[in-house]
Write a protein that binds this ligand. Structure first.
Ligand SMILES: [Zn+2]
Ligand SMILES: [Zn+2]
Length: 273
């Protein structure tokens, strides 16, 4: 079994779940426990079944439910030390510090965290490998880091932030300082930036892209989709691009593992040889 599902993704709460035969991992605990449990149940998962929850950073939309999960269900909460402290979780019995860049194994799932650029203490994205499939979860970053580019180029599924439309952000309800923060290098990716990262770093036509963490005030699902598709079309790329719902379970992936291919480097090496 392999099922990856978006439970919610947006500025008001994020949670993704990956279930295999040997582990059930929650990525982000950005929903309060009653709603989180309800959404997990819609996928046939009891909250007490969670093997662990991995938290990327201390903003509420990523960690608000972590303490309840730990205290009511004993769920191991995993993040780097600075994030555990910033979330106020370091005192809990079931926390487990995972240094940035480390790979952890949970049953047949391997997770590696990598640094992103955001106005948080030590924010990370996640690169996941399981049963021959690879996926990246990267939200809350003002720009592409080298690690993000590498993760995207290795992934069968790319979950990437398309937070705002630039025009909506500039003309929308946010005050100047907030517009600067959101649109800045330690803020959030715009639709155009997300499209640019996909065009540059996705290497195969069968890669799926899910746009995530859309702003309620400064974006719409249709605008995000159109903008990213336009960027892809301008480069002659056709990919399966979808948009995650902000406030309810939406996209699900059970994708078949791809056959192992020679990497570009190996291929070039063999040509030279
Ligand atoms: Zn966020
Ligand atoms: Zn954030």
């Amino acid at each position: 079994m392999f099922v990856f599902r978006v439970l919610a993704s947006g500025s008001s709460g994020n949670a993704f779940v990956l279930r295999t035969d040997t582990a059930t991992l929650l990525f982000e605990a950005g929903l309060r426990l009653p709603r989180l449990s309800k959404y997990l149940a819609s996928e046939g998962i009891a909250t007490s079944d969670l093997s662990a929850v991995l938290v990327s950073h201390e903003h509420r939309d990523h960690c608000v439910g972590a303490e309840e999960l730990a205290s009511e269900h004993g769920t191991p909460v995993i993040a780097n030390e600075q994030v555990l402290r910033a979330c106020g979780l370091a005192h809990l019995a079931s926390v487990d510090a995972m240094p940035v860049g480390q790979t952890r194994r949970f049953g047949d799932i391997e997770v590696t965290s990598f640094p992103l650029e955001h106005d948080a203490i030590r924010h990370v994205g996640f690169f996941v490998r399981s049963q021959g499939r690879t996926l990246t979860i990267a939200t809350d970053t003002g720009k592409a880091t080298g690690d993000l580019r590498d993760a995207v180029s290795e992934s069968d599924l790319v979950v990437i932030e398309a937070n705002h439309d630039l025009h909506m952000l500039q003309t929308g309800p946010y005050p100047y300082h907030l517009r600067r923060r959101v649109g800045g290098p330690r803020g959030h990716l715009s639709n155009l930036q997300a499209g640019g990262i996909i065009v540059k770093h996705v290497k195969r036509p069968d890669v799926r892209v899910w746009l995530a963490h859309l702003s309620k005030e400064n974006n719409t699902p249709l605008l995000a989709l159109r903008t990213v598709r336009r960027v892809l079309q301008a480069e002659g790329m056709t990919l399966n691009v979808e948009v995650a719902q902000r406030d309810r379970p939406s996209l699900r992936w059970t994708g078949a593992p791809r056959p192992r291919q020679l990497s570009l480097l190996q291929h070039e090496g063999s040509v030279v040889a």
